[in-house]
Design a protein around this ligand. Structure first.
Ligand code: NAD
Length: 298
């Protein structure tokens, strides 16, 4: 029988969103400021279109000033840089994000790094990465997915992870590496694993906290999990399943949820775990940026 707590990211995100809406209303009422989020999307990638639509809808629901710039796939690098510059200079915009991936002819690093660090609500600028890596988490914009994961871990284990061992599976700049920095800042003993790690199951078996961010369906089996571990499944994998003789698309994570639930103390489902938290953290970062710009940050 499954015994793990199912970590409800959707409910937690809704709770946080409510607070963000209240703070946004207070900011408008008391200071006449509306957080502004600009999203730049280039090309027609269907998944990116869905993500951007969700970000815009959520920003509007929070009461933000929300702007979307849709550029054709063949746009020049200079035109993108010029647009980012104009958003950097626009006082009504507090957060800028350029939706990834970009078409091949564009230089992703150059474009990401052209966003001014104070409006880099995705936390991809080297200044923000540097602050996070230096342990200056109070002063950095932290990438949204790991920031959301961390809040869910804290709900179950508190803010001091001293003595606990954490294994992060995946070393991307967007999830794995910043996740490791956050866990380290909370005093966990952190191991980053990746595609070249030897005997990954044995490494994961030693972990009190597992964050899986790979993109391989059901890769982490129940027999990889230490009894009582907290499992955060970042992976989003679209697989085909047969329901009543019909093939249907389904989203599943990197962790075998049923198996892991038998052993873990708490686990995030996919969907409904990390995903909803990611978008809410983007709103939290944008609100914080607006407050910082007005000298009101906590
Ligand atoms: P990525 O492709 O940039 O990185 C994947 C990492 O997994 C790499 O570091 C690689 O070394 C590692 N890896 C690959 N095969 C492995 C193996 N067999 N064993 C161990 N490690 C292995 O991906 P990413 O951007 O970090 O995203 C990872 C997953 O998380 C994807 O499924 C993505 O869709 C999902 N994701 C979800 C959210 C969300 O909001 N829920 C946000 C970002 C990413």
């Amino acid at each position: 029988m499954a015994s793990a707590i199912r970590i409800d990211g959707k409910a937690k995100a809704a709770e946080l969103s409510e607070k963000i809406e209240e703070e946004t209303a207070a900011l408008a009422r008391d200071h006449g400021i509306k957080p502004g989020l600009a999203v730049v999307i280039i090309g027609e990638d269907p998944a990116s279109q869905v993500y951007v639509r969700n970000k815009k809808r959520t920003a509007e629901a929070c009461g933000f000033h929300s702007v979307q710039h849709s550029l054709p796939a063949e746009v020049s690098q200079q035109d993108v840089l010029d647009l980012v510059q104009s958003l950097n200079d626009d006082p009504a915009i507090h957060g800028i994000l350029v939706q990834l991936p970009l078409p091949d002819h564009l230089d992703e690093q150059r474009i990401t790094q052209s966003i001014t660090p104070s409006k880099d609500v995705d936390g991809f600028h080297y200044i923000n990465i540097g602050k996070l890596t230096a342990g200056d988490t109070a002063d950095a914009f932290i990438p949204c997915t790991p920031a959301g994961c961390m809040l869910m871990i804290e709900d179950h284990l508190g803010t001091d992870l001293s003595g606990l061992s954490a294994v992060v599976i995946g070393r991307s700049n967007i999830v794995g590496k910043p996740m490791a920095s956050l866990l380290l800042a909370r005093n966990a003993t952190v191991t980053i694993t990746h595609s070249r790690t030897k005997d990954l199951p044995a490494v994961v078996r030693g972990a009190d906290i597992v964050v899986a961010a790979v993109g391989r369906p059901n890769m982490v089996g129940g027999d990889w999990i230490k009894p009582g571990a907290v499992i955060i499944d970042v992976g989003i994998n679209r697989v085909e399943v047969e329901v009543d003789g019909e093939k249907k698309a389904k989203l599943i994570g990197d962790v075998n949820f049923e198996e892991a639930s038998e052993v873990a103390r708490a686990i995030t489902p996919v969907p409904g775990g990390v995903g909803p938290m990611t978008i809410t953290m983007l709103m939290a970062n944008t609100l914080r940026s607006a407050k910082l710009a007005a000298g009101l940050a906590d």
